[in-house]
Structures are given as C-alpha cells and as structure tokens.
Design a protein around this ligand. Structure first.
Ligand code: DC
Length: 231
C-alpha cells in the first residue's frame, strides 16, 4: 500500500466531470476512499441552492433573488452521519437535506439555477478554496475546465442518455420510490442540453481530460481504469 501511495503522492487534485448519472459520483467516491482523499461533489451545492429556492417559494426565473441566496447561504457538506447509503451529509440552515436535493423537482430546476453567472461565481469560489487544499477528488461539470484547471488528473466520464436514465430509474426503485423510465430519459436529455449549451462553464471535457465511456464498462471496471491512471 505504501508503494502505491508513494507513486501517487504528486496527484493532489483529481477532477471528474461528466453528464448527469454517468456514474462520476460513484467513481469519485471510490477513488477518494482508496486514496484517502476528500470526496467533494460540487453538484450538491447547485442542488442545495435550488432546493432552498423552491422551499422558499422563490421564482426560479428571478435571477437576482437566486444569486443572493447562493451568496448568502452557507452549504455545509461533511462526512456522513447516518448509514443510509449517503456519501456525505448536506446541511443547510441546520436542516439535513441530503435526500431532499435528489427529488425530481430539484432535478427539473437545477440547470436553470446553475446557469446563473452569479450563482456559479459564488459556488466556484468555495469549490476552488476546498480544491486547492489538495488531496481531493472533485466531481462536477466544469472542474477540469474552470474550477481546477491545474488539476493533476482530469477524467471525463461519459455514457449514453439511455444508459444514464436506466441507472437513475433503478436508483429510485432501489430507494423504494416510483418512477417512469421514459420521463426520466426525457429529463436527462433536457438537462444535458441545458448543461452543455449554457453560456458560462458549459459541460464539456477539458482539452487535457481523459475520456472514459461507461456504457461498456461496469462500475468496477471504470474504477479500476481510473485508479490505474492515478499511478
Ligand atoms: O451532478 P448533479 O446531477 O448532481 O448536478 C446537478 C446540476 O448542477 C447539473 O444539472 C449541473 C449543475 N452542475 C454544474 O453546473 N456545475 C458543477 N460543477 C456541478 C453541477
């Protein structure tokens, strides 16, 4: 193990980007655990702002109000306090919203919220501060391109919309929920479009990213391939 750690010690910032449900969070979590690095999912922050805006019945189209919310609300992401499958706790204003931010209503509005320049600025500053401390596996859409352009390793994890919708559908069923595959597929395609065509920090691989396609690889193979890249 020491040998592995020694050969990896220069890799301090690992950026993992990709579209919704490509498996990037699972990959980042496993890599972070294997390397004893911090796992940080930046999507949680965009989801937390969206959830709070909906909870306060704000108009998602009211850019000024949403940006103020992102600037003023501390989002606390910490190690999991419950053994219910969560990779971390997400706490806002003393409320545990870890599962709330996964709801379809948040899915439907988070692309609009994350397209606002002021929201991205407020959250990017926090993400960069955490990333530059090093020993981090950071996951999102713009980590390799904007948040940590100097990351030591950049992976862009891709998969077809159909495969990603199938995974999200299964995830909901596994948690005891109900879902319609066709609806999920439509929303995945819609969100891809919004995330990759927005003006600021659109979803795209960094020029120096290594692209992995997880359609033909199960989670273990994706992990092993990425882990080899860390050596
Ligand atoms: O990875 P996710 O599905 O939890 O991300 C939720 C939304 O947040 C997604 O639609 C795009 C946005 N996002 C972003 O714009 N930039 C990031 N670094 C992470 C997420």
């Amino acid at each position: 193990m020491d040998g592995i750690n020694n050969s990896m010690k220069k890799l301090s910032m690992i950026a993992i980007d990709g579209p919704a449900a490509s498996g990037k969070s699972t990959l980042a979590f496993r890599l972070a655990r294997s390397l004893s690095y911090l796992y940080f999912d930046t999507g949680l922050m965009y989801r937390a702002v969206t959830w709070l805006a909906l909870d306060r019945h704000l108009d998602i189209k009211d850019e000024d109000a949403i940006v103020r919310l992102a600037e003023q609300t501390p989002i606390d992401v910490s190690a999991p306090s419950l053994d219910d499958g969560r990779p971390c706790d997400v706490i806002v204003e003393g409320r545990d919203i870890t599962w709330e931010i996964r709801k379809l209503e948040v899915d439907a509005n988070v692309s609009a919220v994350s397209a606002y320049a002021g929201v991205r600025k407020a959250l990017t500053v926090q993400q960069r501060r955490i990333g530059l401390r090093g020993k981090v596996v950071m996951v999102g859409r713009d980590i390799g391109t904007v948040v940590l352009p100097d990351a030591d390793l950049k992976i862009y994890l891709d998969a077809s919309a159909e495969e990603r919708a199938r995974r999200r559908y299964q995830e909901i069923l596994d948690r005891g929920g109900e879902a319609d595959y066709e609806v999920i597929l439509r929303k995945v395609i819609e969100r891809d479009y919004l995330d990759s065509t927005r003006a600021i920090a659109p979803l795209k691989p960094a020029d120096d990213a290594i692209i992995l396609d997880s359609d033909q690889m199960d989670a273990d193979t994706v992990f092993e391939t990425a882990f080899d890249l860390c050596k």
